[in-house]
Design a protein around this ligand. Structure first.
Ligand SMILES: [Cu+2]
Length: 179
């Protein structure tokens, strides 16, 4: 049904007001920079994985990340870890606050984006498309590389001068000298 003109004008002007009362036509996604994003490679038989990243809010306004989505998995959820009765558990959360001029790290043991039911294994060298959805409805599309950071036996591959996600991780061991 076609809306009467007057009603359309009211809708249009309230939309304008909504935009004006927020940031001046800026959309959140443009104010958020994402760095160090990666998806953890899955171990054989593992259907779930996680995405980590650093979100930097360069604006004077606080925002929040309210959801994430992607075709790579059946469900994509925002999660955090909580300590409960001495155990670390994951919980779904409905937002991650991004303070003005602030930085929030999604990292192991903390907030993360959970990928549930991956349609195919996440292999090192692949990339996964994810969209971040902010509280104003704006979206940021990401192409996130898969990195092999699972605790596999033996060495973890670390390039020299790379990230320092695991500063205390053991260096590759020289098995010839082990008895
Ligand atoms: Cu989780």
């Amino acid at each position: 049904m076609k809306k009467p003109l007057s009603q359309s004008i009211i809708i249009a002007s309230s939309l304008m007001l909504a935009l004006l009362s927020g940031t001046l036509f800026a959309d959140t996604a443009a104010d958020i920079t994402v760095s160090n994003a990666y998806v953890r490679a899955t171990a054989p038989g593992q259907a779930n994985s996680v995405a980590f990243m650093t979100l930097h809010n360069s604006s004077m306004q606080a925002y929040s990340l309210i959801d994430a989505e992607g075709q790579a998995a059946k469900a994509v959820e925002l999660h955090t870890h909580i300590h409960e009765n001495g155990m670390m558990k994951m919980r779904r959360i409905n937002k991650i606050d991004l303070p003005a001029h602030g930085e929030v790290m999604l990292k192991p043991g903390g907030h993360h984006i959970m990928l549930i039911g991956l349609k195919q294994a996440a292999k090192k060298g692949d990339s996964i498309h994810l969209s971040l959805i902010f509280n104003d409805g704006s979206k940021k599309m990401l192409t996130v590389p898969v990195k092999g950071m699972t605790m596999q036996m033996g060495s973890m591959e670390h390039k020299n001068g790379g990230h320092d996600m695991h500063p205390s991780a053991p260096k590759k061991m020289d098995h010839n000298h082990m008895h």
